[in-house]
Design a protein around this ligand. Structure first.
Ligand code: S3P
Length: 431
């Protein structure tokens, strides 16, 4: 089933979900493999590349930068490498669509190239903060024009020098933009993270043959290390699987098995919270692919309890907070603080989550840096607006499974950003 971006969908309550599935390729890992392959020498193949619109945005931008990336008949991405600083000047603005990762990582890439490139995106992306990448990239030697620190970003790139920097927010996108620029700079670049974030860039760099140093939360890369083309496979996206994990945790009698899913420890914090909320969660690593643990996830309903997400936990489960809010909406309740960063995502995820869940009948309270759902009765159902945000569309759909009546999710087509086919899978899992 393919939905128009603005389409709405009707969700009927569910008794339980049962099944064994795989999920689309990891969005974060896909962006990184495509970008590094384009900067490598020689050809690369990327299997399992994420099918969502965000990952397609990265490929469209790479093509505009002269990397002839394309899918073969078997759906494997073929990337002829252009070498470090080997991309060419784009003829038009690079459109990252809805994808913050595309825009921020490519800002780090083009900053090291001797041309001018403009990076922009859709209305949501043009509202998102970019000072966090602009300041370090300018320190390295680029010059970047913005519209009050928001896109479009016009990057005047050139010869960069390595820096030692502590980003203003814990952000894997910022860390990655700096490391990608540092890889193409003279000298050494060190990023000292205020708190650990997902480490896919570090692992992907190593997979393509780059030496990366890690000391605590300081990550270093010596510039101008050449990479060679590789054949790599993207694991299933745990952030997509999280919606099914939540549904299985919430609905009595449910059990879901997800095979081939990424189980990188910088992504699995959500599973610990599910266990705290009373679910039975088993994760089994069956393979390490290019440094990325991959395996099986089994989630079963046992009981549902109130849970608290602490500020220290937030950076490693920032994308899963909408899914966890959906779990809490089944009656257990939750609170999260220290998550003001949610306001700078594809939507203001604090206001939009609280508004949408309230519309479905939840007792939800907005906090300056988080939200609270009070324990209580089941949702009634209603009409919730995903505000064009893929993770909110999926969160509201899962929450609606536990309502006493049907719900309408506005803007449901946005699931295509990370998980095309999400509603088909939902239908197939109802038991
Ligand atoms: C991502 C990092 C996170 C996350 C986003 C993907 C990445 O953003 O929210 O969905 O692939 O690096 P921040 O690094 O800005 O927190």
């Amino acid at each position: 089933m393919s939905l128009q971006p603005g389409a709405s969908i009707l969700i009927e309550p569910a008794t339980r979900l049962l099944g064994q599935i795989t999920v689309p390729g990891d969005k974060s890992v896909s962006h990184r493999y495509a970008i590094l392959a384009a900067l490598a020498e020689g050809d690369s193949c990327v299997s399992g590349y994420g099918p969502g619109a965000d990952c397609a945005s990265t490929l469209a931008c790479l093509r505009q930068l002269g990397a002839d990336v394309r899918f073969d008949a078997r759906g494997t991405l073929q990337v002829p490498g252009r070498g470090l600083r080997g991309l060419s000047a784009p003829h038009a603005a690079l459109d990252a669509g809805n994808s913050g990762t595309t825009l921020r990582l490519l800002a780090g890439v083009v900053a090291a190239h001797p041309f001018v490139a403009t990076l922009t995106g859709d209305a949501s992306l043009r509202r998102r903060p970019m000072r966090r990448v602009v300041v370090p990239l300018e320190r390295m030697g680029a010059r970047i024009e913005t519209v009050e620190n928001r896109p479009p970003l016009t990057v005047h790139g050139g010869d960069l020098r390595g820096i030692d920097v502590t980003p203003e927010v814990p952000s894997a996108q910022v860390k990655s933009a700096i490391l990608l620029a540092g890889l193409q700079a003279t000298g050494t670049t060190v990023v000292r993270e205020p708190a650990s974030t997902r480490d896919h860039t570090e692992l992907a760099l190593e997979a393509f043959g780059v030496r990366v140093t890690r000391q605590g939360t300081a990550i270093g890369v010596q510039g101008l290390q050449r990479m060679s083309g590789r054949n790599v496979t993207v694991p299933g996206d745990l952030s997509s699987a999280a919606f099914w994990a939540v549904a299985a945790a919430a609905l009595p009698g449910s059990e879901l098995i997800v095979e081939g899913v990424g189980l990188n420890a910088t992504r699995t914090a959500v599973l610990g919270v599910l266990a705290r909320a009373g679910a039975r969660v088993e994760q089994t690593v069956t393979d390490i692919r290019h440094g990325e643990p991959v395996g099986r996830l089994v989630v079963r309903h046992e009981r549902l309890e109130s849970f608290v997400v602490t500020p220290a936990e937030v950076p490693l489960l920032i994308d899963e907070l909408p899914a966890l809010a959906a779990l809490a909406a089944f009656g257990g309740g939750m609170q999260v603080t220290g998550a003001a960063e949610l306001r700078a995502k594809e939507s203001d995820r604090i206001t939009a989550l609280v508004t949408g869940l309230t519309a479905l009948g939840a007792a939800a309270v907005e906090l300056p840096d988080g939200f609270r759902l009070d324990p209580g009765a089941r949702l009634t159902g209603g009409r919730a607006d995903a505000c064009g945000d893929h993770r909110l569309a999926m969160a509201f759909a899962i929450a609606a499974l536990g309502a006493t009546g049907p719900s309408e999710i506005l803007g449901a087509g946005s699931v295509d950003v990370s998980y095309p086919g999400f509603f088909d899978v939902l239908r197939s899992l109802r038991a």
